[in-house]
Design a protein around this ligand. Structure first.
Ligand code: KIV
Length: 279
């Protein structure tokens, strides 16, 4: 076991204390190099179970395992010196009982060094959130659209319109009361998200929930234009790295086929050059 997170980094009480102050900036990260980029600009690096779709080609998050979260969690902790790392609990690792959730959350924290976990679900997960938070596991909750329940929800839909609104509000209140230090609101209509944000004492972090939330989260590969399988309305593209990478790989392939790469400057001479030249 290796707990390598630093107490110099942002911790759950710092995030909770940000309620009503400057917006919290959150992005997902799954690898050390991207974690370094996120660490330089964000408050939280979320090792989302979206890793299954984004990096592993899965069609949903349901096949993501504890081992995958552990591996990517360790990589992200290595890349962060300041931002707080939060690791998603994968489908099937916490729903059965509070004890099962504790066992797996403790494993994620102890083996990766991350100081907090995230799990999906509102009122029905409140008992589990309380069990964890009373035992030293800080929990970020996730309500509204909960992608691990895509099959019972019937798709990646907006959750909280009209007759559903009070249920989502009740979920928000339940996870706050259970001790969550923050709550992700996914695909919640913006008026309702604003109302939840006003009514809670913990920060709300929106994804497709409008600008009134206390913070925002996006999947990093979505906003960089690296993951293009689908593009929900709430994703704003800040770069088109997928297109850049495609152009670069096509150019490399053409140069290798034309034998114009490697050039002499990318290769090594048979005889050592004079001392003042580059080796
Ligand atoms: O898995 C994930 O990336 C997430 C965010 C979309 C909130 O849960």
């Amino acid at each position: 076991m290796s707990a390598t997170s630093s107490l110099r980094s942002v911790l759950p009480p710092d995030i909770r204390a940000r309620k009503g102050t400057a917006p919290l900036v959150v992005l997902t990260a799954y690898t050390t190099p991207v974690a370094r980029l996120v660490d330089a600009h964000c408050d939280i690096a979320l090792v989302g179970d979206s890793v299954g779709m984004v990096l592993h080609g899965m069609t949903s998050t349901l096949g993501v395992t504890m081992e995958m979260m552990m591996l990517h969690g360790k990589a992200v902790v290595r890349g962060c010196t300041r931002a707080m790392v939060v690791i998603d609990m994968p489908f099937g690792s916490y729903e059965e009982s509070p004890e099962q959730a504790y066992r797996n959350a403790a494993r994620l924290m102890a083996e990766t060094g991350a100081p907090a976990v995230k799990l999906e679900g509102g009122a029905h997960m409140a008992e589990t959130i309380a069990f964890l938070t009373k035992r030293g596991v800080p929990v970020m909750a996730h309500i509204g659209l909960t992608p691990q329940s895509v099959n019972t929800l019937g798709g990646y839909k907006v959750v909280g319109r009209e007759g559903e609104a009070e249920g989502v509000m009740a979920d928000a209140r339940a996870v706050e009361e259970a001790g969550a230090f923050a709550v992700v609101l996914e695909k919640v209509p913006m008026g309702l998200a604003a109302r939840i944000t006003q009514n809670l004492t913990i920060p709300t972090i929106g994804i497709g929930a409008g600008a009134a939330c206390d913070g925002q989260v996006l999947v990093v590969d979505d906003m960089l234009g690296l993951f293009t399988e689908f593009r929900p309305k709430f994703v704003k593209r800040y770069a088109n790295l997928g297109q850049d990478a495609n152009r670069a790989i096509a150019e490399y392939a053409a140069e290798v086929r034309a034998r114009s790469f490697p050039a002499p400057e990318n290769a090594f001479a048979d005889v050592l050059p004079p001392k003042d030249a580059k080796p």
